[in-house]
Design a protein around this ligand. Structure first.
Ligand code: BGC
Length: 880
């Protein structure tokens, strides 16, 4: 038996194409079923051809044999990588005994275009420019070309200001959506690389591209279209073809391209899309298209922005959902022929329809997360988002299938309707007429949690769906209304849960750069990233995402390079916080900068419905102390000792300010809110001697509400961890397990399939909450997920050995649960940890991958250190 590396990845991706990282990092899992299996050495070989690897002549890099148990974040250190470089790599391991195993399978990575000079393409555009209030059609830009030799390899390098969907010879290139993605286009633009070898051949070929508005020139949040980055989408594409004989052909966007309007008559990410199938152009994406209706494209100057490879996974369809029941006919305001389809799950994405009828008949699609009391779509919470699509039939007797290209919606219900003139002339709609396509940045799913309570399992599903519905290029607040912004506060509270559910390393690598782009010259980070307008600091709990997110990602994925690369910007951010604090206190009255959103949507508000009762300066100071502490840890991790000492002093000053301003001489917190006590306890803001009393007071505050929370976005994630840490996991379960309002399980009991924005987004007594702010797909309160994984199931990372190299297994039963388990496809391999009440015993089952160790703490207090393999432990069950 021997150790072999599997699941080889480069920069978190499998076989990435077109990266621009010059020192890409490698990682692998280890296949070695022996108990205690461990890696004692590795050797990575990187070559420019498979053949050289075969002959053990790696021309790019040979790490040599390195005595190390590292299996992740190993940075390439070979010959300088250049544009288009394709590299083949493998790795050979020595096991615990020093025996060398077989080489792994071969993996690849490929560089993109590293310099502006690599691009011979020119930017092109069309004259379409609609006034702000009208949605423009999506133009087709195309170019036919002839190849006279067979193709050995072909790459399409492509991007747009706007969104593109490329087609080659009648086939769509890739299955990604909304490319090139969302960045602050004034600063950074992503391009993509596609392997299109199989799509090309000798003879006539054609490349055709649809161009949409997307975030670039469409509506973003409540803004009218065209106000943020630009008004007219543009395209840049470079097709590089290598022939069998080594010669090359290059086809680039230039003035030889032609454009035409096509069947997409109107399109916008937020508003929706209109498609008229009668306007389809025959062979539009193939050779032999009649181009008489096409006009020459217009040149466009190179935008003054950095053109870089996208480091993150593309948006893809991650689930297809079919309605479980037949549609229900409702009389809608639009038409008496309206049918409501229930997908049974709230998603972000699009609907694909299958219909049949006469040419010119139009099907209108509307979307909603909820139905009102009469069974009609509840759309008030979409605010100004029209979220309406329309499809006009070409009249194909065989039926027509359509889904939009340049829009998405947040919905569970789809309404299809048509004008009465078409009554009886369309094939009757049924369950099969609609399929829901859930779209998200295709971050691989990594985590699972189950336990003996079906409501808690549904909560877990809702948290995961909240993530699916919102991790789309940026961690957005919600996918349905006219908002969909990368709200920093929401991201910050949820990031560690997110990193459990899915592999979000590449996603946050991208968003952390977005944070750099959004950061103000003086150091502030706005409340949403990418930035929407000239906002400065996002305030406590929001702008702190600047340090919290990279820190949590570095822990989950052992990514110190992320910290190193953003160390300067993170430092600038905390320095701004420090320089605008007064004696350690932030957000004091009259401070002159934004004091924040408070404990957003907390239930203890007395003066304004959206902000809780915890004072802004208290929250500002508590967060300042916490972020200074995170910066101290980051500096320590990176070996910046002097900085670490400086950040430690910064924290001390904030803690002193906190105690001076917000603790009475008698030792009570001046703010009698759950959140004030939670922050003080979670982040060690009080002297030891005062913690017990503060904890007792927290219990009083919870008891006053009959063990219900009254917290908002910032306080909520702290409740169960604080109760657990201070020895009252029983009370954590009590608050967590409340089935009535307010609590995590209340929406679940009322049929929720995602996380709601508010505890009272809907109640049986009052119906829908304030429509101005009432999303049914808002992941923030899903931050409880981390506690479910690490405390209920007992699978936690060890900050001292990040990336789950060492795991802390300490399940804490309670809440009447009889079993729970979690699994995680971690950086170092798949981990499973679960427990069950088994014949009077508490039994723990643990599976650790090779090279990973764990400290197991059982409820009876016994502790064991274990290595790779399957383990089972028992102790007497003590009913908590
Ligand atoms: C968003 C939130 C966000 C909040 C800040 C809302 O509009 O939907 O999720 O964090 O504003 O106050």
């Amino acid at each position: 038996m021997a150790a072999r590396a599997i699941n080889l990845r480069t920069e978190y991706l499998t076989e990435p194409l077109g990266i621009d990282e010059l020192a890409p990092r490698f990682s692998w899992w280890i296949d070695d079923p022996r108990p205690g299996a461990r890696q004692s050495a590795y050797r990575v070989r990187v070559a420019s051809s498979p053949d050289l690897l075969e002959r053990d002549a790696p021309d790019l890099w040979d790490s040599g044999e390195v005595a190390s148990d590292r299996q992740a974040q190993i940075a390439y250190a070979g010959a300088a990588l250049t544009s288009r470089q394709r590299a083949y790599w493998d790795v050979t391991l020595r096991d615990a005994e020093g025996a060398r195993g077989p080489a792994s399978g071969r993996a690849t990575f490929e560089l993109g275009l590293l310099a502006r000079a690599d691009w011979s393409a020119d930017w092109i555009t069309t004259p379409i420019e609609e006034p702000n209030l009208t949605l423009p059609p999506a133009p087709i830009l195309r170019r036919g070309f002839r190849l006279d030799r067979p193709v050995r390899r072909a790459r399409l390098y492509i991007t747009a200001l706007g969104l593109y969907e490329a087609h080659l010879n009648g086939r769509r290139v890739g299955d990604d959506y909304f490319r090139p993605g969302w960045t602050d286009y004034q600063q950074r633009l992503h391009y993509q690389t596609y392997d299109v070898t199989a799509a090309l051949g000798p003879g006539e070929n054609a490349l055709a591209v649809l161009l949409g508005d997307g975030w670039y020139s469409g509506r973003v949040a409540h803004l009218e279209r065209g106000l943020l980055y630009g008004t007219r989408p543009a395209l840049l594409a470079q097709l590089e073809i290598e022939h069998d004989d080594g010669s090359t052909t290059r086809l680039v966007t230039d003035e030889q391209w032609r454009w035409s309007e096509g069947p997409i008559r109107a399109q916008d990410l937020v508003e929706g899309e209109e498609y008229d199938a009668r306007r389809e152009i025959a062979r539009w994406d193939e050779a032999g298209c009649d181009e008489r209706g096409f006009a020459p494209v217009l040149p466009r100057a190179w935008p003054d922005t950095a053109l870089v490879a996208a480091p993150n996974e593309p948006v893809r369809v991650v689930r297809e959902l079919v309605p479980l029941v037949e549609p229900v006919r409702v009389a809608s305001s639009w038409s008496r022929n309206a049918y409501v389809f229930d997908l049974g799950q709230n998603i972000a994405g699009i609907a694909r329809i299958g219909v049949q009828g006469p040419p010119g008949a139009t099907i209108r699609l509307r979307y909603a997360e909820m139905l009102d009391a009469e069974g009609k779509l509840y759309t008030a919470n979409l605010r100004s988002a029209r979220a309406t699509d329309a499809y006009t039939l070409r009249g194909d007797p065989a039926g027509e299938v359509w889904a939009p290209t340049f829009t998405f919606h947040g919905f569970r219900y789809v309404e299809l309707s048509y004008h009465e003139q078409w009554e009886g002339r369309l094939r009757p709609l049924d369950r099969g007429s609609v399929t829901g396509l859930a779209l998200m940045s295709a971050t691989p799913e990594t985590g699972a949690f189950t336990c003996s309570d079906p409501l808690v399992n549904q909560l877990q599903a809702n948290i995961q769906w909240g993530q699916r519905g919102n991790f789309l290029e940026a961690p957005t607040d919600c996918p349905q209304r006219d908002e969909r912004l990368g709200w920093t506060g929401d991201a910050q509270v949820f990031v560690s849960t997110a990193a459990f559910n899915m592999d979000v390393a590449a996603f946050f690598t991208k968003w952390t750069r977005d944070c750099d782009d959004a950061q103000r010259p003086a150091g502030q980070l706005p409340s949403f990233v990418p930035r929407l307008h000239e906002q400065n600091d996002g305030g406590p709990g929001w702008s702190d995402a600047r340090v919290v997110c990279p820190w949590e990602i570095s822990l989950a994925y052992d990514d110190t390079r992320l910290l190193a690369r953003h160390y300067a910007t993170m430092t600038r951010w905390i320095d701004w916080q420090a320089s605008t604090a007064r004696d350690g206190v932030r957000c004091y009255d009259g401070c002159g900068y934004y004091q924040g959103y408070s404990d957003w949507l907390a239930l203890d508000a007395t003066w304004q419905s959206r902000r809780g009762a915890t004072p802004l300066d208290l929250i500002g100071t508590a967060y300042f102390a916490r972020s200074a502490e995170i910066m101290r840890r980051i500096a320590t991790t990176l070996g910046h000792e002097a900085d670490a000492a400086r950040f430690a002093r910064m924290r001390e000053e904030a803690v002193a300010g906190f105690n001076r301003e917000f603790v009475t001489p008698a030792g009570r917190l001046s703010a009698q809110t759950q959140t004030a006590h939670l922050m003080a306890l979670a982040w060690d803001l009080l002297p030891e001697s005062r913690r017990a009393a503060a904890f007792a007071r927290l219990l009083d505050l919870l008891a006053e509400r009959d063990w219900h929370l009254s917290t908002g976005f910032l306080g909520t994630p702290l409740i169960c961890p604080v109760l657990t840490r201070f020895g009252r996991v029983d009370l954590a379960y009590r608050v967590f397990g409340q089935r009535d309002y307010p609590g995590w399980l209340f929406p679940v009991g009322n049929g929720a399939t995602t996380m709601w924005e508010r505890w009272n987004s809907w109640t049986p007594e009052a119906g829908f909450g304030d429509a101005g702010m009432n999303s049914f797909n808002h992941y923030a309160y899903g931050a409880i997920g981390r506690w479910m994984y690490d405390t209920i199931a007992g699978l936690a990372l060890d900050p001292a050995r990040p990336g789950y190299k060492h795991v802390l297994v300490a399940p804490q039963p309670g809440g009447g649960l009889t079993h729970a388990r979690a699994s995680l496809r971690s950086l170092h391999g798949p981990i499973e940890s679960g427990w069950a009440l088994d014949g009077g015993d508490f039994r723990v089952d643990l599976l650790l991958p090779p090279n990973v160790t764990a400290t197991v703490t059982l409820p009876d207090g016994s502790v064991r250190e274990v290595a790779a393999g399957r383990h089972q432990f028992r102790c007497p069950w003590v009913a908590p």
